[in-house]
Ligand binder design. Sequence first.
Ligand SMILES: Cc1cc2nc3c(=O)[nH]c(=O)nc-3n(C[C@H](O)[C@H](O)[C@H](O)COP(=O)(O)OP(=O)(O)OC[C@H]3O[C@@H](n4cnc5c(N)ncnc54)[C@H](O)[C@@H]3O)c2cc1C
Length: 314
Amino acid sequence: MSWTLPLPEVEGQISLDRPLADLTWLRVGGPADLLFQPAHMADIGVFMRALPEGVPVFPIGVGSNLIVRDGGIRGAVVRLGRGFNGFEVMANGNLRVGAAALDAHVARKAAAAGYDLAFLRTIPGAIGGAIRMNAGCYGHYLADVFVSATGVTRAGKVVTLRPHDMEFAYRHTALPDDLVITQAVLAPPRADPQKIEDKMAEALEKRAATQPVRERSAGSTFRNPAGFSSTGRADDVHDLKAWKVIDDAGLRGARLGGAQMSEKHPNFLINTGSATAADLEDLGEMVRKKVFQASGISLEWEIMRIGERLREKE
Ligand SMILES: Cc1cc2nc3c(=O)[nH]c(=O)nc-3n(C[C@H](O)[C@H](O)[C@H](O)COP(=O)(O)OP(=O)(O)OC[C@H]3O[C@@H](n4cnc5c(N)ncnc54)[C@H](O)[C@@H]3O)c2cc1C
């Protein structure tokens, strides 16, 4: 669409009708009406307050858990970059990290300083997305080390979020979709740097052996069916694995257009090179339907699908 509303006066960069495919891991999707890359935190408040009421705002990280649909996003997308990737050991021994800092970089810097965030080493997102999604693997979760986060609301107000505001659960928090997280304070356990390095190297090896880490994917497509632990605590140690029910339904390697369920890990949806967002989403929906027919299990999407489908030409 062409943007006809007044543009907020900000120090960061505003791009209109900005394609988003190159900002996501799956490399698909249409444009955002407006993409805002703020210069600093106060800039986000200025932007939010000046943006006409009713224009939706959606923050993105590095797009490692997203399918942006082919018709793109009506509204404003906020993406943090330089200026939001700090890493600091605080006087009280906690870590302050910027929301745009990559999980892997944070894990490595933390290890060098003797803090164990090894579980973040193999997650390809940035800290804002890790908080929003309660990212985790191999039995460890962002929720376990979370002290607080700073964010900016759609009204432009700076807020501090504490654990009770988050309602952390399996790949879930209770944050509004339009709240932009700018930084977090984490309290990881202390450990010997070499031991953490070894743990990270082992995790990388394990990933490479079991997942299509060189393909374009967005990680696990569906949640493992059990979903939540009985205590409500975030927990992904489930007996029933999504990859197994997909495999049992004969869908390992299933294809639609340029989309494929990975041969290596059937719960990874991959773009083989020419996929559209519709190919990926439609293949996912076909898998959900066939798994339900085969086993009665309703798979739930873990990958977020955002934006509009491309309208048919009249
Ligand atoms: C190969 C591969 C392996 C993966 N393995 C794992 C895994 O083991 N465990 C796991 O948990 N995930 C995994 N993922 C999924 C993904 O990396 C995580 O969900 C990650 O936390 C998403 O971060 P992101 O920066 O890419 O966020 P995006 O995908 O850009 O966005 C995801 C969500 O976070 C929100 N968000 C992002 N940044 C902000 C911000 N600054 N403020 C507010 N909201 C924000 C978005 O609005 C959206 O709701 C994997 C993905 C891939 C491609």
